[in-house]
Design a protein around this ligand. Sequence first.
Ligand code: NI
Length: 173
Amino acid sequence: MPLLKIVHYPEPVLLAVGKPVGDGSFANGFRHTVEDMFETMYAAGGVGLAAPQVGSSQRFFVMDVPLENGEPNKLVFANPEILHVEGEQVGDEGCLSFPGLYQQVKRDMRVIVRAQDVAGNEFEMDLDGLAARCVLHETDHCDGIVFLDRMTVLKREMAKRKIRHLKKTGKWE
Ligand code: NI
């Protein structure tokens, strides 16, 4: 299966609110799309990848934040909805649509999310730490929000300067 092309900021699809995944999609080919997304994410060395990042304006994402014992943990979240958040974590964040850019972002420490799985079945999940950070980052992608929007003004200006530099030196297309 060929890998999907990951689009880079500021592609308009990254800044648009995705369409909900409909019942028809779950019945038809969604599983294949999801497998392509996982392959693309693993090949790029990411822990999360949302549909808009491969040019598809839809509200779903895949993620694999390994468990504490190192086992993979492949998860699909379609039509994600954040039900509850609490606490706070500050840490460096990256994004496959912002190659080479890592910047500090403040996120909630714990999140309860409701979504649909690859078959369209609804589930709720309670996550914290890196998994919570990832769910928040990827749910943002589904809503046309990028991590630049979650930085402090100062960090955002630093990030934009870095992006300009990366573009000028041909490290960002
Ligand atoms: Ni991202």
